[in-house]
Structures are given as C-alpha cells and as structure tokens.
Design a protein around this ligand. Structure first.
Ligand code: XIL
Length: 315
C-alpha cells in the first residue's frame, strides 16, 4: 500500500518521525515506525543530558536502541541535538566556564558523539534554538560565555565536520514559519558564517504549527533559507489544536499538512520532512501546551487521521 516514505521518495524527499525508544515495545508504534518512515530522530535520547550526563560519562544505551532499530529497518538518522540550552545537564548549564574550557567541552562532546556514530548518522542538528524571537542571541551558558553566537556555533560545526565529513550539518530552530526578525537573523548568521567557511549544510525549521494559523509567508521563509545555497529540512512538524479536536479542525489540519508538504516539494533544496512523533497518544504537545494536542497524523488509537491523507495529497 501507500506509505509516507514512498510518497516522499517519489518526489526525491525523505519522510521521518521523532521516535522514543521507550515506545518500541508498543507493537503498533514499532510497526508504523518501521514501515511508514525512512528517517528517524531521537525524541530525547541523544540530547546532552541523556547521552553525556556528567563530564566523564557518556551513556549510549538508550540512543543505541533507536540506532539499531533504524539500522535493522533501513531508516536514516537525524542526530538531535549536539549543542542546545535545554535538556542540558547541570555540569554544563551551571559550570564555571571560561571561553577556553567551554570550547574544550563542546569539542569533546561533539567529537565523541559524531565520531562514535561516524557513517551511521546522516544528518545532525549541530546547534538548536539559539535565537530569541527578535533575532538576538538567546541566553544560554554558551551565548553568555562566548559573548554571542558566532564563536560557539563555529566551534561546534567545525568539530562535527572534522568528526564525520559526510554528515549533513544543520542549524535548527522554531518559529521560522514566517518571515520576520527570527528568520532574518537565521539568514544573516548562516550567510556570515558560510562566508567565513563554517561548514553549515542545512537549516532546519522545526515547524511546530497551529491548525488554521499557518502564515501566508511560510513558503517565503523556507525559500529565504534555500536561497543561501543550503539544504532545508522540516524537522519537527506537528500541527496542534484545542482538544478534543472537532471534525472541522481535523479537516483544516489535513489541508495544513498538505500545504507544508507541498512547500517542501516545491523547494528543490528541501530534503525532507520529519513529524515530531507518530501518534497523538505519545505527543509532547499536551504536556507543554495546556488544552492542546491532536497534532500528529495518527490518533490515540492509531487510526490514520485526515492529516495522513493530507500529507499524501501534498506529494
Ligand atoms: C521535546 C520532547 O518531545 C519532549 O519529550 C521533551 O520532554 C522536551 O523536548 N524542540 C526541540 C525538541 O528541539 O527537542 C523538543 O522535544 C520539542 C521542541
């Protein structure tokens, strides 16, 4: 039958999902994960706190469960994420760093992980969520210690490239779904760093969207990234609504999924789409956006929602 990955592949794109190794024992989840998708992202288990919980401890067991699921079933992997202010262990977030010691810590982290998975992880979110909405540098131990973004972003990308020259290296963020200050800041930083030889291959747009509220400039923002001669990836797509979702909201959601899919199809540099989960049952949305959910292509009982056919319609 028809699958999301087959539809994407016919258009030269991939179709991925964020997966959680804790759910692989759920037979339906496992089956959908291995049949509908040709890419996966670790929902949590490659984040710094999970994989490098103390300075001299790396902890690969959970991450490796999804790596082996991917390798057994022929999915590629987006490594998520190397440098991010969130889900950062306190030894990093609250460390007493200098430029020199934090450079060494970033280099160790990136080199160790990317080196361990060399040739096995196709794509990385090297840095994640580094901008404020107004385009300024988001506060973090990294931006504080280095006095801005350029230096630590450069350090992280150079270390990742050196550790696996074949991996596609992305800078990833949210609210890049419209033109404006944040998207412009992304364009300006990537243009500047690329002109200095920093190996940025790709811009990731998370695309945590709201039903019925996709901006008229959604496509224009993606095109502004592709115009920098980088790949573009939609990395964490979900489209939330108030719950319980009405049937009309689910129809609007389907056309929203069609629109996002078409945007990728219509932009040659868009390499693929990743949805942030499979089923509404396990989605992160209700826990973070109170009263909202129903954001994914499968419902709580693994029925395909209109959104599923909405994606197919976009390819
Ligand atoms: C979320 C996960 O889905 C949750 O399970 C976790 O509790 C918090 O992080 N942007 C990102 C993702 O880059 O890593 C986040 O994932 C969602 C927002």
């Amino acid at each position: 039958g028809q699958t999301l990955k087959a539809a994407a592949n016919r258009n030269g794109k991939y179709f991925g999902a964020a997966l959680n190794e804790g759910n692989l024992n759920d037979a339906t989840y496992n089956q959908i994960g291995r049949t509908e998708f040709d890419y996966l992202t670790h929902e949590n288990s490659m984040k710094w706190e999970a994989i490098h919980p103390s300075q001299n401890t790396y902890s690969y067991t959970n991450a490796d469960r999804l790596i082996s699921f991917a390798e057994t079933n022929g999915l590629k992997i987006r490594g998520h994420t190397l440098v991010w202010h969130s889900q950062l262990p306190s030894w990093v977030a609250n460390g007493q760093w200098t430029r020199q010691t934090l450079t060494a810590a970033i280099q160790d982290h990136v080199t160790t992980i990317v080196g361990r998975y060399k040739g096995r992880i196709a794509q990385y979110d090297v840095v994640n969520e580094i901008f404020n909405e107004d385009g300024t540098a988001r506060d973090s131990v990294f931006s504080r210690t280095f006095g801005g973004l350029n230096e630590f972003v450069t350090i992280a990308f150079n270390a990742a490239r050196a550790a696996d020259p074949a991996a596609i290296l992305c800078i990833n963020d949210y609210n890049l779904d419209y033109t404006g200050a944040k998207a412009t800041a992304m364009v300006n930083l990537v243009r500047t760093l690329k002109s200095q030889g920093v190996p940025i291959d790709c811009i990731g747009s998370q695309a945590h969207l709201i039903v019925g509220q996709i901006s008229s400039t959604f496509e224009a923002a993606l095109r502004s990234f592709a115009a920098l001669n980088v790949d573009v990836a939609i990395t964490e797509l979900d489209i939330r609504t108030n719950t319980p979702a009405s049937s009309s909201a689910l129809q609007t959601q389907a056309s929203d999924y069609t629109r996002v899919t078409k945007a990728c199809v219509d932009i040659p540099r868009c390499i693929g789409i990743t949805v942030w989960g499979i089923t509404d049952k396990y989605s992160w949305i209700p826990g973070v956006f109170s009263g909202q959910g129903a954001a994914l292509p499968w419902d709580d009982n693994y029925n395909k929602k209109p959104a599923y056919n909405g994606i197919l319609a976009g390819f």
